[in-house]
Design a protein around this ligand. Structure first.
Ligand code: MOS
Length: 746
């Protein structure tokens, strides 16, 4: 029997066997009788209007039930606003719903939805829908729109101001002994989870059930309810398995509501699966961008000023930019700061969250600039960062709830062998390969929800427990770690606990976004399970037949499902004995958690340090990453295996950003050049170096009951900068773009 705490163990995934044996049913695997298949037809032009749609031939094709276009689709009830909190409110990905009129804003915008009895027949009929367009001039790239850039009042639909300042940046630059000023360019990125987005919709009378690939079932429920004018209680959303997301299943795009509408129109359950190609124009993207950083510093390396500007295209309907200026403006002590977002209206959909949304791109610029500053001042890059270390959030002056950053630098440097680095560029070689070492700081905010997170725990008389909360597990391991959290709170072995999630019928949890999932869900599960344990102990001490009768509940401990006196372990009884004696088949408790008000008195950030060794072949322009080392201080680690997996994935994503990931707009046609996994490059095993991770546990009593700060995204932040800095060290060349490609290195 397990007696050690379950939390912190490298427990295998509870859903692992299902996932590798075909037992996992994803949203497009749900079998329903009379299921019909829907296929989207996307606009072929980036801007203009539909002059005519001819569906005659398509309607005559075999098996076709219906074709939805703006000419026959009922208008939506209401377009919910863009709310990025995703907590208790609808979360549309953009404030534009297609198939409402003839206007085209972006290539790929849905202009028809074909529903047929098989997928193949729907695909065939979709090819027969004839759409005529009157094309108007478009802007689809940053360069095309540069002259019309505007400064938005706010980005993220009002949640982040367009301009953030502290001190006087001009005065800070005037005081500086040295300045660094440089621009950085970034290609657009697209999410490519293994599972493309999919929704299976079914009506039973006026009750709608959606099986949807989502990061938050409540977000899908509330968004579809608002769009269709339904009360949320009439919409149930299930999401038992989700094959990755990285942010593209955080906001709720048009396809779940379209599936529901198609199902209502045809009277059949309808499945709508986006194709891989449609994933590039249907679920947001990380926007193309330019950033400019100006640093001022003393000869001692102390920052006196930081100016950080960003320019990026957004859609015609929303002021969206990934918040690249956030962490980069907070991670170092610098009294004078100015961050400004500028946007361009473009013929694309609204960009969206994509893993480490903004933090990764912003820290790429800042950490490359810091590396240049270190070189210019002749200060070791780690030493430079230590000289600008801050114990407080520079935006507010509030202390960090916990840090661990200095330990991350120290332990990371030791593991990496930073001491061996000769600071002179081009000083390390391996045959014809130029070898470089680079490092960067990592940071990712700790977000808390702004509404209560709920869970429920039930113990059966046989001594097994189930804990429930609405959250899906979209590949992070949340179901596994919540089983561990419940086991410890209940005093049960992990094998006797089970987690159920992914269903709006269960207690409400906000969407798992911004690396907040493990912190907020563990808080809810811990609270519910602790309430249940306390309830059982109270029942025992109040039960005249219990050996614990009359004991002070605070002196009772539970291990292996047995309640005993802490100081006299021989006195006690099992949960099962208590329940059997009292004819109770089960006992249940609910729990809710909200962050305390005191979080407002702290800065909250997960910190880390990234190190990379690269080898560059100057003749071929090849850059290979040979080693990556990351040291992270994510508060409490719930499961060392799933935490390492998250961080490894993040670091390798950083490698992808540094060297591979890119999409470019063909401005003539307003289309993404890459629209498949064949031409959108992500790192594969052959690209992946050894990734070495150190987890530094720091106690944090502020963020949530278990002190969990999250590991979902911090692994990516700084990883690309460490690689770019290593390339500089290897070659002496500073390449200020993402990704750095062969032609940059020749
Ligand atoms: Mo994450 S990119 O905030 O879903």
């Amino acid at each position: 029997m397990t007696t050690a705490p379950a939390i912190g163990q490298p427990t295998d995934r509870v859903d692992g066997r299902h996932k590798v044996t075909g037992g996992a049913h994803y949203s497009a695997d749900i079998h329903l009788d009379n299921l019909a298949y829907a296929v989207l037809v996307g606009a072929r032009v980036p801007s203009g209007r539909i002059t005519h749609i001819d569906t005659t031939e398509a309607m005559d094709a075999r098996g076709v039930f219906a074709i939805l276009t703006h000419e026959n689709l009922p208008r939506i009830a209401a377009q919910p606003p863009l709310i990025p909190s995703l907590a208790g409110m609808p979360a549309p990905g953009q404030t534009f719903f297609p198939l409402q009129d003839e206007v085209v804003y972006y290539t790929g915008q849905p202009v028809a939805l074909v529903v047929a009895d098989t997928l193949e027949r729907a695909q065939h009929a979709a090819a027969l829908v004839r759409v005529g367009y009157e094309e108007t001039p478009s802007v689809t790239t940053l360069d095309q729109g540069r002259d019309q850039a505007y400064e938005p009042e706010a980005i993220f639909a009002g949640f982040i101001p367009g301009r953030n300042q502290r001190g006087d940046v001009e005065a800070g630059l005037a005081q500086a002994d040295v300045r660094i000023d440089a621009a950085y360019t970034y290609a657009a990125n697209n999410h490519n989870p293994i599972e493309p987005s999919a929704t299976t919709a079914a009506w039973d009378g006026d009750q709608l059930t959606l099986y949807d690939a989502t990061q938050g079932v409540a977000a899908t429920q509330l968004t579809v309810a608002a769009l269709l004018g339904l009360t949320p209680s009439k919409v149930r959303v299930l999401s038992h398995f989700v094959g990755g997301s990285f942010g593209c299943k955080a906001m709720i795009w048009a396809h779940p509501a379209l599936a529901a509408l198609a199902s209502r129109m045809t009277g059949c359950p309808v499945r709508l699966t986006l194709t891989r190609e449609q994933m590039f124009t249907s679920v947001g993207h990380r926007e193309e961008q330019e950033q400019r950083i100006t640093l001022g510093a003393t000869t001692q390396g102390r920052l006196t000023a930081l100016r950080h500007h960003k320019l990026s295209p957004t859609s015609h309907f929303d002021d969206w930019a990934e918040p690249s200026l956030g962490v980069a403006g907070q991670i170092y002590a610098c009294p004078n700061y100015e961050g400004v977002y500028r946007l361009i209206r473009a013929n694309t959909m609204t960009p969206t969250f994509m893993r480490a949304p903004g933090e990764a791109s912003g820290m790429f610029a800042l950490e490359c600039a810091m590396d240049d500053l270190a070189r210019q001042l002749g200060i070791d890059p780690i030493e430079l960062r230590l000289r600008n270390y801050t114990d407080t959030d520079p935006n507010t002056g509030n202390p960090w709830s916990s840090t661990g950053l200095k330990e991350c630098y120290q332990r990371g440097a030791e593991r990496f062998g930073w001491q061996r680095r000769n600071p002179e560029p081009r000083s390390h070689r391996d045959g014809h390969w130029l070898i470089g070492y680079g490092m960067a700081t990592a940071g990712y905010p700790v977000y808390g929800p702004n509404n209560p997170q709920r869970a429920r725990a039930r113990l059966y008389a046989d001594g097994t427990a189930v804990v429930q909360a609405a959250t899906p597990d979209f590949g992070t391991g949340v179901a596994t770690v919540m089983t561990q959290v419940a086991a410890d709170a209940l005093g049960l072995p992990v094998e006797r606990c089970r987690f159920e999630g992914g269903d709006t019928a269960l207690p409400t949890i906000a969407s798992a976004v911004g690396s907040s999932g493990s912190g907020m869900i563990s808080a809810a599960v811990h609270t519910a399970a602790t309430n249940l344990r306390d309830q059982l102990v109270a029942q025992a001490v109040g039960d005249a037949q219990s050996p614990l009768h009359g004991a002070d509940p605070s002196t009772v401990v539970v291990r292996d499902g047995r309640m005993t006196l802490r100081d006299q372990p021989s006195i006690g009884e099992s949960y099962g004995d208590l329940l059997h004696r009292n004819f109770l088949p089960d006992v249940e408790a609910a729990g809710a958690w909200s962050p305390s008000q005191s979080v407002n008195n702290y800065g909250m950030m997960t910190f880390g340090a990234q190190f990379a060794e690269v080898a560059v072949d100057p003749g071929l322009g090849l850059a290979r990453v040979r080693r990556m080392v990351g040291a992270f201080a994510p508060g409490r680690v719930l499961n060392t295996k799933t935490a390492r997996s998250q961080l490894t994935g993040g670091m390798l994503w950083g490698l992808g950003q540094a060297l591979l990931e890119a999409n470019y707009m063909d401005a003539r046609r307003g289309r993404w050049v890459a629209s498949s996994l064949g031409d959108y490059l992500v790192p594969v095993n052959a690209d992946a170096p050894e990734v070495d991770i150190e987890l530094i546990e720091v106690e944090d009593k502020i963020v949530n009951p278990l002190g969990v700060k999250g590991v979902g995204e911090v692994g990516q932040v700084g990883a690309a900068a460490a690689i770019a800095n290593a390339i500089h060290h290897a070659t002496g060349r500073r390449i200020r773009k993402m990704p750095i490609t062969i032609e940059d290195l020749l």
